[in-house]
Design a protein around this ligand. Structure first.
Ligand code: UDX
Length: 457
């Protein structure tokens, strides 16, 4: 660990697991390179600071907090919002508290080198430079391949691809190979404009920033990163996979119950099924998944997050006797230490929604994926995982019934798994190598540190 006392980086997180995890990984990396770290976080879903004792956490409160009628983030209002409406409300509610919290940090004695913000905060963070002279770096914790699709929204709208009329279309998007119309980012939203407007604000925020940090490595996404770099004309730092820099640093509690169960399974036999921290599914789909897992006769570890099944607390929708029926074949949990699970030799395939963190984590462990993308970037990631990187097979949500699931799961473990394993191992090796001294991400991290120091020298 380097010593660089008195030089602080402030980080502005977004309160979603898929965004906060990579931000905290980046914080660990920069702390390891000698910087002090302050995390600015909304009171909404404030994380447990005791799990990150090396960082200073500052909680931001918004004006109407706790006033049931007025609080835009009250439980009942949040429950009625779609994802991007929630992002908009968070940005609006915390814009002023952010400005005040940043000013308070800058007025302390230490040198503030820069602000690193989740790119979705977009132009809301421009005040840092305008009012306080603090340079801004954006963390873009999704793939470059999907970001390229978001950046192409104006073109896709002009050409009539968006708004999507038929999200089942196999037609190619000629401007963005290998994407098909059905792969274009979309959300289930009351107002589809919400997605376009947040993305457009993000693009503006990036253009006016002093650089973008990617949870990407060049070997995987070089053409897309180069293409984006030409468009945005700000320095890019591809230093991913972020979670792999930090393996020696304790981040998550071990889950002995899961590991003990995995220890009893044959090598590469288990289907690990988990759909991240945001996706919600209908009870009908949940049941098809349950029967598909059972009928596959493969051992399975299934994360059913409270909130995954719409209108249900946890696994109440399962038919009575289901748990007894699966016996030792399967284990259902509310949450796992995913990094630990994917690294376990018993895991043969990861059935995933293709959130970028999950995809990266799987690639890094050489585990083939069964791809069931649900929304936004996941659709693009899945296309690349299957057709370009060749480390997964597709199981489309809309086509999914229990017999299709049974067949795909068995095929992923028994036939395709073996076929894909060489390619998976090749990507795993590339991911390992890019972090070694002289590797692409290691070099990029050195450049990032120099860049940050140049702001205050
Ligand atoms: C969100 C978006 O949905 C996704 O499309 C985008 O790419 C990132 O932000 P999320 O849906 O939560 O993310 O998925 P993902 O990106 O895969 O992140 C989930 C994180 O939670 C991963 O780091 C994973 O390791 C962790 N996780 C998930 C666990 O630790 N345990 C679990 O049981 C499930």
């Amino acid at each position: 660990m380097e010593e660089r006392r008195g030089q602080r980086i402030i980080m502005l997180a977004l309160p979603f697991t898929g965004h906060l995890n990579p931000m905290l990984d980046l914080a660990r990396i920069l702390h390891h390179r000698g910087f002090s770290i302050t995390i600015l976080h909304s009171s909404f879903r404030f994380p447990d600071p005791s799990r990150h004792p090396h960082f200073t956490f500052r909680i931001m409160h918004h004006n109407n907090e706790g006033k049931e009628d007025k609080d835009p983030l009250s439980q009942s209002k949040v429950a009625a919002m779609d994802l991007f409406a929630l992002v908009r409300v968070i940005k609006q509610s915390y814009a002023e508290p952010f400005r005040q919290a940043l000013a308070a940090e800058v007025s302390r004695r230490e040198t503030v080198c820069c602000l690193v913000t989740d790119a979705l905060w977009g132009t809301y963070t421009e005040v840092a430079e305008e009012e306080l002279g603090v340079r801004r770096l954006m963390l873009r914790a999704i793939s470059a391949v999907s970001f390229r699709a978001f950046a192409a929204f104006p073109l896709l709208r002009a050409k009539g691809y968006l708004p999507i009329q038929d999200s089942t279309l196999d037609d190619p998007v000629i401007e963005l190979p290998p994407l098909k119309v059905k792969d274009l980012p979309r959300i289930e939203a009351k107002d589809p404009e919400e997605l376009y407007s947040i993305m457009s604000d993000m693009m503006e925020g990036i253009k006016s920033s002093s650089g973008v940090i990617w949870n990407a490595f060049e070997e995987l996404e070089r053409p897309q990163l180069m293409d984006l770099n030409r468009t945005f004309q700000v320095p890019f730092f591809s230093i991913g996979p972020l979670h792999k820099h930090c393996e020696d640093l304790p981040s998550m509690k071990k889950n002995n119950e899961i590991t003990d169960w995995l220890d009893k399974q044959d090598p590469k036999s288990v289907v690990y099924a988990s759909f991240g921290s945001v996706v919600a599914i209908e009870a009908k789909v949940f049941l098809e998944i349950a029967w598909g897992l059972r009928n596959s006769k493969q051992p399975f570890l299934w994360v059913v997050r409270p909130g995954l099944v719409r209108g249900s607390g946890w696994i109440e929708a399962l038919p009575s006797g289901f748990m007894e029926d699966i016996g030792h074949q399967g284990k259902i949990v509310k949450w796992s230490n995913q990094l630990e699970v994917l690294a376990h030799p018993a895991v043969g395939a990861f059935w995933t929604h293709c959130g970028w963190n999950s995809a990266m984590e799987s690639i890094c462990e050489g585990v083939p994926m069964i791809c069931t993308p649900c929304q936004t970037d996941q659709l693009v990631n899945a296309r690349y995982i299957v057709d370009v990187w060749r480390v997964g097979i597709m199981l489309e949500k809309r086509k999914m019934d229990q017999s299709e699931i049974e067949q795909v799961l068995r095929s992923a473990i028994i036939y395709k798994g073996a076929e894909m394993s060489e390619t998976c191992l090749a990507w795993k090796e590339k991911a390992d190598n890019c972090l070694r001294k002289g590797g692409s991400s290691s070099n990029s991290l050195d450049k990032l540190v120099t860049h940050v120091l140049s702001f205050v020298s």
